[in-house]
Design a protein around this ligand. Structure first.
Ligand code: ADP
Length: 165
């Protein structure tokens, strides 16, 4: 039986931290479904869901990575609808731990048959988050090396457009 994991997140935008989790996840799972969420806890986002999907597709053209989107659904319901019993999450610093612990336990309570698997961030990416990347890019900071080159280029474009309007 093939081992499939769902890797959910906002991915607004994709960072090298996310890339590392998918790459390492592919060593453990046969297939990964990267699921882009319209997160109810975060307001609409800088990039559209279509743009976020495109960033991920460009970084992972291989068949073993599927990209999907989901809106306003419980994650466990989404996982069930995809017939998938594993949720993959990345853990950065201590700050992630509390929320992730709550989320994993809540999901276990809602769906005991679905397991959450955590991967620790690589040392090089432990401080990289989509929100910090956006803040740095907004003020003209160099984000290369922290996001894929195509994401860095679009961030640059986006903030230039904003600066001009
Ligand atoms: P969410 O809105 O669910 O937090 P994110 O796109 O911020 O979505 O993150 C998706 C997943 O990737 C989460 O499990 C998050 O902890 C993980 N992640 C984000 N950045 C990194 C990183 N730099 N290293 C490892 N994991 C990360």
């Amino acid at each position: 039986m093939s081992r499939v994991a769902i890797y959910p997140g906002s991915f607004d935008p994709l960072t090298n931290g996310h890339v590392s989790i998918v790459e390492r996840g592919l060593e453990v799972f046969d297939r990964i479904i990267v699921a882009v969420a319209h997160n109810v806890r975060k307001s609409s986002g800088l990039f559209t869901v279509e743009e976020r999907v495109e960033f991920i597709r460009k970084s992972f053209p291989e068949e073993r990575v599927e990209i999907d989107t989901f809106t306003q659904t419980l994650l466990v319901d989404y996982a069930r609808s995809r017939d998938c019993g594993v949720i993959l999450r990345g853990l950065r610093a201590v700050s992630d731990f509390e929320y992730e612990l709550q989320l994993a336990n809540m999901n276990r309570r809602l769906a005991p048959d679905i397991e959450t698997v955590f991967m620790m961030t690589e040392e090089a990416h432990f401080y990289v988050s989509s929100s910090l990347i956006k803040e740095v890019a907004l003020f003209g900071g160099d984000v290369s090396g922290m996001v894929p080159p195509h994401v860095a280029a679009r961030l640059h474009e986006k903030y230039q457009q904003r600066g001009q309007s």
